[in-house]
Design a protein around this ligand. Sequence first.
Ligand code: ADP
Ligand code: MG
Length: 322
Amino acid sequence: MEFSLIECIRALTQQPRDDVRLGIGDDAALLSVPVGQDLAVAIDTLVEGVHFPPGTAAADIGWKALAVNLSDLAAMGASPAWALLALTLPQPNQAFVEDFAQGFAELARPHRLALVGGDTTRGPLSISVAVHGFVAPEKALVRTGAKVGDAVLVTGTLGDAAAGLHALGNPFQADDKHSSARDFLVARLNRPTPQLAAGSALRGLAHACIDISDGLVADLGHICTASGVAAEIDTALMPLSPALMALYDDASAQQFALTGGDDYELCFTVPMARLANVQSDLSRIGCGFTRIGRIVEGSGVKVRGANGEWLESGHAGWDHFA
Ligand code: ADP
Ligand code: MG
C-alpha cells in the first residue's frame, strides 16, 4: 500500500464525532468539551519487554495500549471521547502499524472514541496513549473517599493476566481443557476489558475506586493511603476464574489474585447501606463483582489467609510473584 503510516492509522481508526472540530492532519487537534462537564485526562506508556512480552501480536498491543488508558477513565467514572497516540517504532513497518491500528480500533469503535492526533518516531518499540473523557463536576470516582465501615469489592476475576504471563513461559500438557484455559488467561493478559460501564454505574455509589493494574494489594493500598484508612481482605473470597483454577493450585491462584497486575478490573469501596444498589446496578449491566473485605481504621492492607490467620506482607505465600 502506498498509504503513509499516519494515513493508515487515520483511515483504520476513523470515528466521526461532533465535538472533534479538527482531527488528525494539522499541527494540533481542535476539540469542544461539552458545557457543564469536567475533562478527565490520563496517559500510559507500554514498553516492549516491560509492559508486554516481545513477540506480542501487533493487534494485541494496539488493543492493550488503549485498554489500559480506558481503564483509568473507567476508574474515574468518566466516559471516553478522544485519544492521542505516540508511537515509537524500531523501523517504519506498514504491516505492524496496520495490525496495531486494527487492534486499537476494535476497542475504540464500540466506545465511539476518536483518535485525534499523535506522533510517530523511530526508536525501541514503545507506545504512549493519552485519553480524554468527560465526567460531571463533583461526580468523579476518586481514591480519597474510602470510609471506615465501607465494604471493599472488585469486578470480575483476579490474577488471570499474571497467570497468563506465567503460562506463556511455562508449557502445560496440551490437552483441550488445559489449552483452552491457557488461551483464556493469555487473552486476559493481551486483551484486557476496561470496565467503563461499571465505572459509570458506580458514580454516586462508590466512595472510592481504582483500577487494578499493579495487583490488588498494591492498588487497594493506594486507596488506603489516599483515604487515610486500612483495608482487611480475605484470600478465601478472591474471585478466581475457572481457567485460573484449572491450571494452578489454590495457593498459586490466590497469589496471582492478590499480587498479579494487568487485570484492569475495578476495586472500589461502598458504604454498607448502598450494597443493594450496587448489586442491582451492576447486575443490570451484566458486570460480575465480589465483596472481598472491608475498610477499617489504620493504614495498609491486611490479608487474611484461608484458615483465618493474618498473613505477613513478607510471607512467601503472598509476595512470591510480586
Ligand atoms: P507535526 O510535525 O506538526 O507534529 P506530524 O508529522 O508529527 O506533525 O503529524 C502530522 C499529523 O498526524 C498531526 O495531526 C498528528 O497529530 C498526526 N499524527 C502523527 N502521528 C500520529 C499517530 N501515531 N497517531 C495519530 N495521529 C498521528
Ligand atoms: Mg509531531
